[in-house]
Design a protein around this ligand. Structure first.
Ligand SMILES: Cc1ncc(COP(=O)(O)O)c(C=O)c1O
Length: 448
Protein backbone atom coordinates (compact mmCIF):
# COMPACT_ATOMS: atom_id res chain seq x y z
CA UNK A 1 0.00 0.00 0.00
CA UNK A 2 -0.89 2.58 -1.11
CA UNK A 3 -2.54 0.65 -3.87
CA UNK A 4 -1.11 2.54 -6.81
CA UNK A 5 -2.19 1.33 -10.23
CA UNK A 6 0.14 3.81 -11.85
CA UNK A 7 0.80 7.21 -10.37
CA UNK A 8 4.23 8.43 -11.26
CA UNK A 9 5.48 11.89 -10.42
CA UNK A 10 3.33 14.24 -8.33
CA UNK A 11 0.67 12.19 -6.62
CA UNK A 12 -2.38 14.34 -7.47
CA UNK A 13 -1.10 15.90 -10.72
CA UNK A 14 -4.05 14.79 -12.88
CA UNK A 15 -6.58 15.79 -10.20
CA UNK A 16 -5.01 19.21 -9.94
CA UNK A 17 -5.01 19.69 -13.72
CA UNK A 18 -8.71 18.80 -13.84
CA UNK A 19 -9.50 21.21 -11.02
CA UNK A 20 -7.68 24.00 -12.86
CA UNK A 21 -9.68 23.26 -16.04
CA UNK A 22 -12.90 23.22 -14.01
CA UNK A 23 -12.12 26.52 -12.36
CA UNK A 24 -12.42 28.25 -15.73
CA UNK A 25 -16.06 27.24 -16.14
CA UNK A 26 -17.44 25.92 -12.84
CA UNK A 27 -18.01 28.43 -10.02
CA UNK A 28 -15.48 27.32 -7.43
CA UNK A 29 -14.10 24.63 -9.76
CA UNK A 30 -16.14 21.79 -8.23
CA UNK A 31 -19.84 20.98 -8.52
CA UNK A 32 -21.55 21.11 -5.08
CA UNK A 33 -19.00 23.13 -3.16
CA UNK A 34 -19.18 21.09 0.03
CA UNK A 35 -17.04 18.67 -2.03
CA UNK A 36 -14.19 21.18 -2.32
CA UNK A 37 -11.72 19.83 0.20
CA UNK A 38 -8.01 19.21 0.69
CA UNK A 39 -6.58 17.06 -0.77
CA UNK A 40 -8.53 17.95 -3.91
CA UNK A 41 -8.73 14.52 -5.52
CA UNK A 42 -10.74 13.88 -8.70
CA UNK A 43 -12.21 10.37 -8.77
CA UNK A 44 -12.84 8.73 -12.11
CA UNK A 45 -14.10 5.19 -11.46
CA UNK A 46 -15.80 3.15 -8.74
CA UNK A 47 -16.91 -0.43 -8.14
CA UNK A 48 -18.05 -2.17 -4.99
CA UNK A 49 -15.92 -0.98 -2.08
CA UNK A 50 -13.27 0.67 -4.29
CA UNK A 51 -12.77 4.05 -5.95
CA UNK A 52 -9.94 5.15 -8.28
CA UNK A 53 -8.59 8.66 -8.75
CA UNK A 54 -7.48 10.46 -11.90
CA UNK A 55 -3.85 9.61 -11.13
CA UNK A 56 -4.55 5.88 -11.00
CA UNK A 57 -4.54 5.38 -7.22
CA UNK A 58 -7.01 2.95 -5.71
CA UNK A 59 -8.78 3.43 -2.36
CA UNK A 60 -11.08 1.43 -0.12
CA UNK A 61 -13.96 3.88 0.13
CA UNK A 62 -15.69 4.74 3.40
CA UNK A 63 -16.97 8.15 2.32
CA UNK A 64 -19.50 6.51 -0.01
CA UNK A 65 -20.37 9.92 -1.51
CA UNK A 66 -21.86 11.07 1.83
CA UNK A 67 -23.43 7.67 2.48
CA UNK A 68 -25.88 6.58 -0.26
CA UNK A 69 -23.91 3.55 -1.48
CA UNK A 70 -25.21 0.97 0.98
CA UNK A 71 -24.82 -1.87 -1.52
CA UNK A 72 -21.50 -0.53 -2.82
CA UNK A 73 -20.66 1.47 -5.93
CA UNK A 74 -22.16 0.44 -9.25
CA UNK A 75 -24.03 -2.47 -7.75
CA UNK A 76 -24.66 -4.84 -10.70
CA UNK A 77 -28.21 -5.68 -9.62
CA UNK A 78 -29.24 -2.04 -9.23
CA UNK A 79 -27.54 -1.00 -12.47
CA UNK A 80 -29.09 -4.03 -14.17
CA UNK A 81 -32.55 -2.92 -13.06
CA UNK A 82 -31.93 0.55 -14.51
CA UNK A 83 -30.76 -0.85 -17.85
CA UNK A 84 -33.70 -3.28 -17.92
CA UNK A 85 -36.10 -0.39 -17.26
CA UNK A 86 -34.75 1.44 -20.31
CA UNK A 87 -34.99 -1.68 -22.44
CA UNK A 88 -38.56 -2.25 -21.26
CA UNK A 89 -39.50 1.25 -22.43
CA UNK A 90 -39.81 2.97 -19.08
CA UNK A 91 -39.49 6.68 -19.69
CA UNK A 92 -40.35 9.97 -18.10
CA UNK A 93 -44.04 10.19 -19.00
CA UNK A 94 -44.97 13.35 -17.12
CA UNK A 95 -48.70 12.62 -17.18
CA UNK A 96 -50.69 10.34 -14.91
CA UNK A 97 -49.22 7.62 -12.74
CA UNK A 98 -46.87 4.79 -13.73
CA UNK A 99 -46.68 1.16 -12.60
CA UNK A 100 -43.13 1.69 -11.32
CA UNK A 101 -43.94 4.61 -9.01
CA UNK A 102 -46.87 2.66 -7.55
CA UNK A 103 -44.63 -0.38 -6.98
CA UNK A 104 -41.99 1.74 -5.23
CA UNK A 105 -44.59 3.44 -3.02
CA UNK A 106 -45.92 0.01 -2.00
CA UNK A 107 -42.42 -1.19 -1.12
CA UNK A 108 -41.71 1.95 0.93
CA UNK A 109 -45.03 1.70 2.77
CA UNK A 110 -44.34 -1.96 3.54
CA UNK A 111 -40.83 -1.20 4.86
CA UNK A 112 -41.77 1.88 6.90
CA UNK A 113 -45.34 1.59 8.23
CA UNK A 114 -45.47 5.26 9.37
CA UNK A 115 -45.39 6.19 5.66
CA UNK A 116 -49.15 5.83 5.31
CA UNK A 117 -48.97 8.05 2.22
CA UNK A 118 -45.89 9.36 0.45
CA UNK A 119 -44.53 11.39 -2.44
CA UNK A 120 -41.22 11.20 -4.31
CA UNK A 121 -38.66 13.96 -4.91
CA UNK A 122 -35.18 14.07 -6.43
CA UNK A 123 -33.25 14.86 -3.26
CA UNK A 124 -33.32 14.97 0.52
CA UNK A 125 -33.39 18.79 0.54
CA UNK A 126 -36.55 18.90 -1.55
CA UNK A 127 -38.13 16.40 0.81
CA UNK A 128 -37.30 18.43 3.96
CA UNK A 129 -38.63 21.58 2.25
CA UNK A 130 -41.91 19.77 1.62
CA UNK A 131 -42.03 18.47 5.19
CA UNK A 132 -41.75 22.02 6.55
CA UNK A 133 -44.32 23.47 4.19
CA UNK A 134 -46.75 20.63 4.91
CA UNK A 135 -46.28 21.10 8.66
CA UNK A 136 -46.96 24.83 8.35
CA UNK A 137 -50.11 24.19 6.37
CA UNK A 138 -51.27 21.47 8.77
CA UNK A 139 -50.71 23.44 12.00
CA UNK A 140 -51.30 26.99 10.74
CA UNK A 141 -48.02 27.94 12.46
CA UNK A 142 -44.76 29.15 10.93
CA UNK A 143 -41.88 28.42 13.28
CA UNK A 144 -39.53 25.46 12.99
CA UNK A 145 -37.36 23.81 15.62
CA UNK A 146 -34.03 22.34 14.47
CA UNK A 147 -31.09 20.62 16.17
CA UNK A 148 -27.63 22.10 16.67
CA UNK A 149 -25.18 19.84 14.80
CA UNK A 150 -27.91 18.66 12.45
CA UNK A 151 -28.06 19.09 8.68
CA UNK A 152 -31.30 18.96 6.74
CA UNK A 153 -30.36 20.35 3.34
CA UNK A 154 -29.49 23.61 1.64
CA UNK A 155 -32.75 25.62 1.50
CA UNK A 156 -33.56 28.78 3.49
CA UNK A 157 -35.42 27.14 6.37
CA UNK A 158 -32.62 24.74 7.31
CA UNK A 159 -29.26 26.09 6.04
CA UNK A 160 -27.55 26.70 9.35
CA UNK A 161 -23.91 26.26 10.34
CA UNK A 162 -23.56 22.58 11.17
CA UNK A 163 -20.30 22.83 13.12
CA UNK A 164 -20.13 26.31 14.67
CA UNK A 165 -17.24 27.12 17.00
CA UNK A 166 -18.11 27.42 20.67
CA UNK A 167 -17.19 31.11 20.40
CA UNK A 168 -19.83 31.57 17.69
CA UNK A 169 -22.57 29.62 19.44
CA UNK A 170 -21.88 30.54 23.06
CA UNK A 171 -22.04 28.31 26.15
CA UNK A 172 -24.56 25.50 26.67
CA UNK A 173 -28.00 26.78 27.63
CA UNK A 174 -30.66 24.43 28.95
CA UNK A 175 -33.49 25.00 28.86
CA UNK A 176 -32.99 27.51 26.08
CA UNK A 177 -32.09 27.99 22.46
CA UNK A 178 -29.29 29.20 20.19
CA UNK A 179 -29.19 31.72 17.36
CA UNK A 180 -29.80 30.40 13.84
CA UNK A 181 -26.35 30.90 12.30
CA UNK A 182 -26.91 30.90 8.54
CA UNK A 183 -24.72 28.63 6.42
CA UNK A 184 -25.47 30.82 3.43
CA UNK A 185 -25.81 34.45 2.47
CA UNK A 186 -29.16 35.41 1.01
CA UNK A 187 -31.47 33.98 3.69
CA UNK A 188 -34.05 36.70 4.51
CA UNK A 189 -34.13 37.98 8.09
CA UNK A 190 -37.87 37.24 8.21
CA UNK A 191 -37.15 33.56 7.54
CA UNK A 192 -34.38 33.39 10.15
CA UNK A 193 -36.73 34.71 12.81
CA UNK A 194 -38.96 31.69 12.31
CA UNK A 195 -36.14 29.24 13.02
CA UNK A 196 -35.14 27.95 16.46
CA UNK A 197 -32.18 25.79 17.36
CA UNK A 198 -31.62 23.63 20.46
CA UNK A 199 -29.05 21.05 21.46
CA UNK A 200 -29.64 17.39 20.60
CA UNK A 201 -30.47 15.08 23.53
CA UNK A 202 -32.00 17.99 25.46
CA UNK A 203 -35.75 17.46 25.78
CA UNK A 204 -36.07 20.30 28.33
CA UNK A 205 -35.04 22.79 25.64
CA UNK A 206 -37.47 21.28 23.14
CA UNK A 207 -40.26 21.84 25.65
CA UNK A 208 -39.07 25.35 26.45
CA UNK A 209 -39.19 26.37 22.76
CA UNK A 210 -42.50 24.58 22.15
CA UNK A 211 -43.99 26.49 25.08
CA UNK A 212 -42.70 29.90 23.94
CA UNK A 213 -43.13 29.79 20.14
CA UNK A 214 -45.74 28.71 17.60
CA UNK A 215 -43.78 25.70 16.35
CA UNK A 216 -45.13 24.02 13.22
CA UNK A 217 -42.61 21.19 13.32
CA UNK A 218 -39.64 19.74 15.08
CA UNK A 219 -37.38 18.63 12.22
CA UNK A 220 -34.59 16.36 13.41
CA UNK A 221 -32.29 13.55 12.48
CA UNK A 222 -33.02 10.76 14.99
CA UNK A 223 -29.24 10.15 15.11
CA UNK A 224 -27.00 13.15 14.33
CA UNK A 225 -25.02 11.75 11.42
CA UNK A 226 -23.54 14.93 10.03
CA UNK A 227 -21.31 15.29 13.09
CA UNK A 228 -20.17 11.66 13.17
CA UNK A 229 -22.63 9.18 14.64
CA UNK A 230 -24.25 10.79 17.67
CA UNK A 231 -27.02 8.57 19.01
CA UNK A 232 -30.06 9.68 21.00
CA UNK A 233 -30.02 9.04 24.75
CA UNK A 234 -32.43 6.32 25.88
CA UNK A 235 -35.93 7.80 26.08
CA UNK A 236 -35.04 11.09 24.35
CA UNK A 237 -36.88 10.47 21.06
CA UNK A 238 -39.88 9.15 22.99
CA UNK A 239 -39.92 12.35 25.06
CA UNK A 240 -39.72 14.57 21.96
CA UNK A 241 -42.59 12.55 20.48
CA UNK A 242 -44.67 13.12 23.61
CA UNK A 243 -43.88 16.86 23.63
CA UNK A 244 -44.80 17.32 19.96
CA UNK A 245 -48.14 15.65 20.57
CA UNK A 246 -48.73 17.71 23.69
CA UNK A 247 -47.92 21.07 22.05
CA UNK A 248 -49.49 20.30 18.67
CA UNK A 249 -46.29 20.40 16.60
CA UNK A 250 -45.54 17.94 13.82
CA UNK A 251 -42.62 15.60 14.53
CA UNK A 252 -40.53 15.13 11.39
CA UNK A 253 -37.72 12.59 11.36
CA UNK A 254 -35.08 13.39 8.79
CA UNK A 255 -33.94 9.87 7.92
CA UNK A 256 -32.00 10.90 4.83
CA UNK A 257 -28.86 9.41 6.40
CA UNK A 258 -30.27 6.88 8.86
CA UNK A 259 -33.07 5.51 6.68
CA UNK A 260 -32.39 2.15 5.05
CA UNK A 261 -28.79 2.32 6.30
CA UNK A 262 -29.59 1.57 9.96
CA UNK A 263 -32.56 -0.70 9.17
CA UNK A 264 -35.09 -1.38 6.43
CA UNK A 265 -37.70 0.35 8.62
CA UNK A 266 -35.43 3.35 9.25
CA UNK A 267 -34.04 4.35 12.63
CA UNK A 268 -37.65 4.87 13.74
CA UNK A 269 -38.07 1.07 13.69
CA UNK A 270 -35.07 0.72 16.04
CA UNK A 271 -36.24 3.52 18.36
CA UNK A 272 -39.86 2.39 18.28
CA UNK A 273 -41.03 5.98 17.72
CA UNK A 274 -43.46 6.91 14.93
CA UNK A 275 -43.00 10.48 13.66
CA UNK A 276 -45.85 12.34 11.94
CA UNK A 277 -43.73 12.79 8.82
CA UNK A 278 -40.44 11.28 7.67
CA UNK A 279 -37.99 12.14 4.98
CA UNK A 280 -35.66 9.69 3.21
CA UNK A 281 -32.99 9.92 0.50
CA UNK A 282 -29.47 8.60 -0.08
CA UNK A 283 -29.45 4.81 0.54
CA UNK A 284 -33.02 4.37 -0.69
CA UNK A 285 -31.76 4.23 -4.29
CA UNK A 286 -28.11 3.26 -3.64
CA UNK A 287 -26.67 6.40 -5.20
CA UNK A 288 -29.38 7.35 -7.70
CA UNK A 289 -31.05 10.70 -6.90
CA UNK A 290 -34.29 10.03 -5.06
CA UNK A 291 -35.99 11.55 -2.01
CA UNK A 292 -39.12 10.51 -0.15
CA UNK A 293 -41.53 12.54 1.98
CA UNK A 294 -44.28 10.62 3.72
CA UNK A 295 -46.26 10.09 6.89
CA UNK A 296 -49.73 10.38 8.36
CA UNK A 297 -52.34 10.19 5.60
CA UNK A 298 -54.36 13.15 6.88
CA UNK A 299 -51.29 15.42 6.67
CA UNK A 300 -50.02 14.01 3.37
CA UNK A 301 -53.50 14.41 1.87
CA UNK A 302 -52.99 18.19 2.03
CA UNK A 303 -51.04 17.71 -1.20
CA UNK A 304 -54.41 16.90 -2.75
CA UNK A 305 -56.78 18.99 -0.60
CA UNK A 306 -60.04 19.74 -2.37
CA UNK A 307 -60.12 23.26 -0.96
CA UNK A 308 -57.46 25.21 -2.87
CA UNK A 309 -56.58 27.43 0.12
CA UNK A 310 -55.48 24.31 2.06
CA UNK A 311 -53.68 22.61 -0.79
CA UNK A 312 -49.88 22.25 -0.57
CA UNK A 313 -48.00 22.29 -3.85
CA UNK A 314 -45.83 19.38 -4.89
CA UNK A 315 -44.57 19.28 -8.46
CA UNK A 316 -41.37 18.43 -10.27
CA UNK A 317 -40.57 17.49 -13.84
CA UNK A 318 -38.26 14.72 -12.67
CA UNK A 319 -40.15 13.48 -9.61
CA UNK A 320 -40.59 9.71 -9.92
CA UNK A 321 -38.02 9.53 -12.70
CA UNK A 322 -38.11 5.95 -14.02
CA UNK A 323 -34.35 5.31 -13.78
CA UNK A 324 -34.12 6.40 -10.14
CA UNK A 325 -37.35 4.59 -9.32
CA UNK A 326 -36.01 1.41 -10.95
CA UNK A 327 -32.86 1.77 -8.84
CA UNK A 328 -34.89 2.25 -5.65
CA UNK A 329 -37.13 -0.76 -6.35
CA UNK A 330 -34.07 -2.96 -6.92
CA UNK A 331 -32.38 -1.58 -3.78
CA UNK A 332 -35.38 -2.12 -1.52
CA UNK A 333 -36.08 -5.60 -2.89
CA UNK A 334 -32.46 -6.52 -2.23
CA UNK A 335 -32.45 -5.04 1.29
CA UNK A 336 -35.58 -6.98 2.21
CA UNK A 337 -34.35 -10.29 0.79
CA UNK A 338 -33.77 -13.32 3.07
CA UNK A 339 -35.36 -11.59 6.02
CA UNK A 340 -32.88 -8.69 6.00
CA UNK A 341 -29.76 -10.87 5.83
CA UNK A 342 -27.81 -7.92 4.42
CA UNK A 343 -28.20 -6.01 7.70
CA UNK A 344 -26.71 -8.94 9.64
CA UNK A 345 -23.73 -8.92 7.26
CA UNK A 346 -23.31 -5.15 7.59
CA UNK A 347 -23.49 -5.43 11.38
CA UNK A 348 -20.82 -8.15 11.38
CA UNK A 349 -18.49 -6.10 9.15
CA UNK A 350 -19.10 -3.00 11.26
CA UNK A 351 -18.37 -4.85 14.49
CA UNK A 352 -15.14 -6.29 12.99
CA UNK A 353 -13.96 -2.85 11.92
CA UNK A 354 -14.92 -1.25 15.23
CA UNK A 355 -13.15 -3.91 17.32
CA UNK A 356 -10.05 -3.71 15.11
CA UNK A 357 -9.87 0.09 15.21
CA UNK A 358 -10.38 0.24 18.96
CA UNK A 359 -7.60 -2.34 19.43
CA UNK A 360 -5.26 -0.20 17.27
CA UNK A 361 -6.06 2.99 19.20
CA UNK A 362 -5.50 1.14 22.46
CA UNK A 363 -2.21 -0.33 21.25
CA UNK A 364 -0.97 3.10 20.22
CA UNK A 365 -2.21 4.71 23.46
CA UNK A 366 -4.58 7.07 21.65
CA UNK A 367 -7.65 8.37 23.45
CA UNK A 368 -10.33 7.47 20.92
CA UNK A 369 -13.71 5.79 20.76
CA UNK A 370 -15.67 4.43 17.79
CA UNK A 371 -19.38 5.28 17.68
CA UNK A 372 -21.28 2.97 15.36
CA UNK A 373 -24.80 2.06 14.36
CA UNK A 374 -24.65 -0.88 11.96
CA UNK A 375 -22.71 0.25 8.90
CA UNK A 376 -22.36 3.93 9.96
CA UNK A 377 -19.38 4.75 12.15
CA UNK A 378 -17.12 7.53 13.32
CA UNK A 379 -14.01 7.74 15.47
CA UNK A 380 -14.16 10.46 18.10
CA UNK A 381 -10.74 11.40 19.43
CA UNK A 382 -12.15 11.75 22.91
CA UNK A 383 -12.74 9.48 25.89
CA UNK A 384 -16.48 9.27 25.19
CA UNK A 385 -19.12 9.47 22.47
CA UNK A 386 -20.42 13.06 22.61
CA UNK A 387 -24.05 13.69 23.52
CA UNK A 388 -24.44 17.07 21.79
CA UNK A 389 -22.57 19.62 19.72
CA UNK A 390 -21.09 21.44 22.75
CA UNK A 391 -19.75 18.15 24.05
CA UNK A 392 -18.22 17.27 20.67
CA UNK A 393 -16.71 20.72 20.11
CA UNK A 394 -15.12 20.67 23.56
CA UNK A 395 -13.85 17.08 23.64
CA UNK A 396 -13.00 15.93 20.10
CA UNK A 397 -9.40 16.43 18.94
CA UNK A 398 -10.20 17.82 15.48
CA UNK A 399 -6.58 18.48 14.65
CA UNK A 400 -5.62 14.84 15.23
CA UNK A 401 -8.70 13.76 13.26
CA UNK A 402 -7.60 15.87 10.26
CA UNK A 403 -4.06 14.44 10.30
CA UNK A 404 -5.40 10.89 10.75
CA UNK A 405 -7.74 11.21 7.77
CA UNK A 406 -4.95 12.69 5.67
CA UNK A 407 -2.65 9.75 6.38
CA UNK A 408 -5.46 7.26 5.77
CA UNK A 409 -6.00 8.79 2.34
CA UNK A 410 -2.27 8.55 1.62
CA UNK A 411 -2.42 4.89 2.63
CA UNK A 412 -5.36 4.15 0.31
CA UNK A 413 -8.36 4.43 2.68
CA UNK A 414 -10.76 7.15 1.65
CA UNK A 415 -12.61 9.04 4.36
CA UNK A 416 -13.93 12.55 3.75
CA UNK A 417 -11.05 14.75 4.92
CA UNK A 418 -12.99 16.80 7.48
CA UNK A 419 -13.20 16.03 11.20
CA UNK A 420 -16.10 14.04 12.63
CA UNK A 421 -17.51 12.98 9.27
CA UNK A 422 -19.37 9.67 9.23
CA UNK A 423 -17.77 6.60 7.66
CA UNK A 424 -20.02 4.20 5.75
CA UNK A 425 -19.50 0.49 5.16
CA UNK A 426 -21.31 -1.12 2.25
CA UNK A 427 -22.44 -4.66 1.58
CA UNK A 428 -19.59 -4.80 -0.97
CA UNK A 429 -16.95 -4.40 1.76
CA UNK A 430 -15.64 -7.91 2.37
CA UNK A 431 -14.01 -9.23 5.53
CA UNK A 432 -10.76 -9.03 3.60
CA UNK A 433 -11.41 -5.32 2.90
CA UNK A 434 -11.93 -4.73 6.61
CA UNK A 435 -8.73 -6.57 7.49
CA UNK A 436 -6.75 -4.66 4.86
CA UNK A 437 -8.28 -1.44 6.15
CA UNK A 438 -7.00 -2.27 9.62
CA UNK A 439 -3.49 -3.07 8.32
CA UNK A 440 -3.38 0.16 6.35
CA UNK A 441 -4.75 2.11 9.31
CA UNK A 442 -1.93 0.75 11.50
CA UNK A 443 0.57 1.93 8.91
CA UNK A 444 -1.12 5.34 8.56
CA UNK A 445 -1.21 5.81 12.34
CA UNK A 446 2.53 5.34 12.56
CA UNK A 447 2.90 8.45 10.36
CA UNK A 448 0.35 10.69 12.11
C1 LIG B 1 -29.74 14.27 7.30
C2 LIG B 1 -29.76 14.92 5.95
N1 LIG B 1 -30.89 15.52 5.54
C3 LIG B 1 -30.99 16.10 4.34
C4 LIG B 1 -29.91 16.11 3.49
C5 LIG B 1 -30.04 16.75 2.14
O1 LIG B 1 -30.10 15.78 1.16
P1 LIG B 1 -29.65 16.11 -0.35
O2 LIG B 1 -28.19 16.38 -0.31
O3 LIG B 1 -30.04 14.87 -1.11
O4 LIG B 1 -30.43 17.30 -0.78
C6 LIG B 1 -28.72 15.49 3.87
C7 LIG B 1 -27.54 15.50 2.99
O5 LIG B 1 -26.43 15.19 3.36
C8 LIG B 1 -28.63 14.89 5.15
O6 LIG B 1 -27.51 14.31 5.59
Amino acid sequence: MPMAASGTGKRHAESEALLRRGEAVIAGGVVSLNRKVEPGIAFVRARGSRIWDADGFEYIDYHAAFAPHLLGHNDPEVNGAVVQAMEDGWSLMGSGTTPWEVRLAELLHEAVPSLEKLQLTNSGSEATAHAIRLSRAWTGREDVLLMLGGYNGWHNDVARTVMPSLAEIGPRVSPGEYRFLPLSAGIPEGVRQRLHVVNFNDAASVEDVLRRHPIACVLMEPVLQNVGVMPPRPGYLQEVRRLCTRYGATLVFDEVKTGFRSALGGYQSIAGVAPDLSVFGKAVANGYPLGVIGGRAEIMNLFDAKESARRVLIAGTYNGHPMTVAAAIATLERLGRDDGEIYRTLEARGARLQAGLEALYHEKGWTAVVSRIGSAFCTYFSDHVPVDWHDLAASHDSDLDRRYRRELINAGIYHFPLPAKQGSISAAHTEDDIDRTLEMTREAMSRV
